[in-house]
Design a protein around this ligand. Structure first.
Ligand code: GLN
Length: 197
């Protein structure tokens, strides 16, 4: 049976992740409610705006249930804003009262919008640990990881900083594989969820 993988659908590029997960062999579901969160084997947190998503997680009463499921070992994958939210600490977290809230699923410190205003968005081919050829990485106001804990494996780097990391069955990329036709990162996550990678 294929893994039931939810995509947090409060804000952001949900549809692209649903399509990529389906193509990678999972059963994709949207998650907006507590019952939906409870029903999935794993969760993808998409790109979007981490401050807005944090606000909506609170509004939808999902913040504590999501934290609890992550603490309980639910596998997760976050791209861009999703990577920011999975971190244990966020630098430049946003305006007071509207900050992005760390879910603390990966022992790392991320900086929001790390690549700076001049280079808001760019694309680069990166080597990616475990994949036999590079990935074409699309960065959009992307974060990077400034510190990773000892249990965190760095899978890809750009500008001297970690931009793809894995800790156990949790994965994060600062870039957006869901926006290219390459399904290998989602396939890796599906394998992680199913205990095959
Ligand atoms: N800069 C955004 C944030 O802080 C992330 C951008 C993205 O997800 N493409 O959340």
């Amino acid at each position: 049976m294929s893994a039931r993988i939810g995509v947090l659908a409060l804000q952001g590029d949900t549809r692209e992740h649903l399509a990529a997960l389906g193509a990678a062999g999972a059963e994709p579901l949207t998650v907006r409610r507590r019952a939906e969160l409870d029903s999935v084997d794993a969760l993808v947190i998409p790109g979007g705006e981490s401050t807005t998503m944090s606000h909506l997680l609170r509004e939808f009463d999902l913040l504590e249930p999501l934290r609890a499921r992550l603490a309980d070992g639910m596998p997760a994958y976050g791209s861009c804003a999703g990577m920011i939210l999975l971190a244990s600490e966020i630098l430049d977290a946003g305006a007071a009262g509207r900050e992005a809230t760390p879910l603390k699923a990966i022992d790392m410190t991320v900086r929001r919008n790390a690549f700076g205003r001049q280079v808001d968005s760019f694309e680069e081919d990166l080597e990616f640990g475990g994949l036999d050829s590079g990935v074409h990485a699309v960065f959009i106001r992307a974060p990077w990881a400034e510190r990773v804990g000892p249990g965190v494996e760095v899978l890809a780097s750009a500008a001297g900083h970690a931009v793809a990391v894995r800790q156990g069955r949790t994965l994060a990329t600062a870039f957006h594989p869901e926006m290219t036709g390459d399904r290998r990162v989602h396939a890796l996550f599906v394998e992680m969820v199913e205990g095959r990678a």
